[in-house]
Design a protein around this ligand. Structure first.
Ligand SMILES: Cc1cc2nc3c(=O)[nH]c(=O)nc-3n(C[C@H](O)[C@H](O)[C@H](O)COP(=O)(O)OP(=O)(O)OC[C@H]3O[C@@H](n4cnc5c(N)ncnc54)[C@H](O)[C@@H]3O)c2cc1C
Length: 458
């Protein structure tokens, strides 16, 4: 399509794949007669995404493209080269983005900015995927927060703007030739992909905020009842902005607990912003000397954990939910992560990478710090020596065993909470409890003692 030069701005979409309440889009639409909407497929990011998340991204882009009347420009390649050449092609003086605060995104955007500046153009950062942008709140002494509760207090005090009400009336142009989208992979998850796109995000938000949120404070910890919002993939890709959710929350216990969970997402983004090295390194440096198991037995145990065959039913149910749905309930994420670190003595980074490969909502900040929190190596963490007992956790948070039976068919014949201790049926911890279901691969009591010993010796 030939574009007549005029006042043209580019909106480069990344993790903000929506039209409503999109500050970068609004500023571009006000400043220019025409707006070119673009998404750049970046192989560096795709390499870490896994088939589930890539397929979900593509479905989200389909929805955005439909909302844009088929005008979304998709190109593939090095963002610095692609964005600079598109800007030259359409003679756009300015490219608008929502600011990315992740370690890779910041580097990438700096490179894009340098390329654009060299051509006399500008990169303008407007808004971010957070209600309060990372790097905005500090302790009284001016340092970044390391503990969640005071962060959440400062975060609420800082506050956020109300969502922008209307979709900006931009005149979009697009349909430009070239580049395009890489092939869409088949999701690894066996179950249906979560609904994608801005409309689906608002449907999910309405369903949750008009109903379940009332009982969220007590219901959120019960994987058997499934009473959380399932908005995480939408928050990940920005088909809904947290501001749009926060504006609808009252001070009642359920809604205010939900706001606190959104604050955890913002806290972890803030931590990662200030300490990008914590993607690999323990936040708590004093735990740097911990010894992790390696070798073939460790690899076998890791495989058993990945496939949901550890013999600990709540762990296995969670890991199979991840394989089936590309999502796992938060309580079970904690139990399964704790099991990998404290019962199998495997490095949390191995588990974090497996989660990132499979989760539709896989997010570097929330995943890394969810893992470090559970492993006890992180900011504000549960102390390393506090070890979750997977059986007690199962009995407490899935008291009737319904969650386990949903994902572990071998145990479906067992009634009630008995599913959490199948070895009782076998009469011995390492006896095979049910057809096809494995006996426990380790003895929790012995591994707990081992964890405490390693903690002392580090
Ligand atoms: C080991 C581990 C790994 C995790 N990895 C991720 C990840 O890759 N991506 C991700 O979005 N969340 C991650 N979480 C956080 C949490 O488990 C998910 O956000 C939540 O289960 C998503 O389901 P939901 O949307 O129904 O949550 P809801 O309970 O409805 O919460 C609403 C939103 O608040 C945010 N939120 C809730 N709890 C947390 C939390 N503990 N930390 C950060 N944000 C939170 C999420 O954006 C979530 O969508 C992880 C947690 C643990 C313990």
């Amino acid at each position: 399509m030939a574009i007549t030069p005029g006042s043209i701005g580019i909106v480069w979409f990344r993790r903000d794949l929506r039209l409503a309440d999109n500050p970068a889009l609004r500023v571009a639409a006000r400043a220019h007669d025409l707006v070119v909407p673009v998404f750049v497929h970046d192989s560096v990011l795709a390499a870490h995404a896994g088939a589930n998340r890539t397929a979900y991204l593509h479905a989200t882009l389909d929805a955005l493209d439909a909302d844009l009347g088929g005008l979304l420009v998709e190109r593939a390649g090095d963002p610095a080269a692609v964005v600079a050449s598109l800007a030259a092609e359409v003679e756009a003086p300015t490219v608008y983005v929502a600011e990315d605060f992740g370690p890779y995104g910041r580097r990438r955007d700096d490179e894009v900015e340098v390329r654009l500046l060299a051509d006399g153009r500008a990169l303008r950062r407007v808004g971010s995927p957070y209600a309060v942008a990372p790097g905005s709140v500090f302790t009284k002494s001016g340092s970044p927060f390391k503990v969640f509760t005071p962060f959440a207090r400062a975060w609420r005090e800082h506050g956020w703007i109300l969502p922008l009400e209307s979709v900006p009336t931009a005149s979009f142009v697009g349909g430009l030739a070239g580049g395009g989208r890489p092939p869409t992979p088949e999701p690894e998850a066996r179950g249906p992909m979560p609904p994608a796109g801005e409309r689906a995000a608002h449907d999910a938000a309405d369903a949750f905020l008009d109903g379940l949120v009332g009982g969220y404070r007590d219901g959120r910890d019960r994987p058997d009842h499934d009473r959380t919002s399932r908005l995480s993939p939408h928050l990940k890709f920005g088909t809904v902005h947290p501001r749009q959710l926060l504006a609808r929350l009252s001070d009642e216990p359920g809604p205010s607990t939900f706001a606190t969970e959104l604050a955890w997402r913002e806290f972890y983004a803030d931590v990662l912003y200030h300490s990008p090295e914590t993607v690999r390194r323990n936040v708590n440096a004093s735990l740097g000397g911990l010894v992790w198991d390696t070798g073939s037995l460790a690899d076998d145990r890791f495989d058993a954990w990945c496939q949901g065959r550890t013999g600990y039913p709540i762990v296995d149910a969670g890991m199979r939910q991840l394989l089936d749905e590309g999502w796992m309930h938060n309580r079970v994420r904690m139990i399964a992560a704790s099991f990998l670190v404290k019962d199998l003595h495997l490095d949390w980074r191995r588990g974090a990478a497996w989660f990132l490969r499979h989760l539709y909502d896989g997010d570097l900040a929330s995943n890394t710090h969810g893992w470090q929190w559970t492993a006890g190596t992180g900011t504000d963490a549960a102390p390393f020596f506090r070890v979750f007992n997977p059986t007690t956790q199962g009995l407490r948070f899935d008291p009737d065993g319904d969650y386990v039976r949903r994902y572990v068919p071998e145990l479906r014949a067992m009634e009630g909470s008995a599913v959490h201790e199948p070895w009782k049926l076998a009469g011995d911890l390492f006896g095979a409890p049910a057809d096809g279901y494995p006996p426990p691969i380790v003895d929790h009591a012995a591994e707990r003692a081992e964890t405490l010993a390693r903690y002392q010796q580090r």
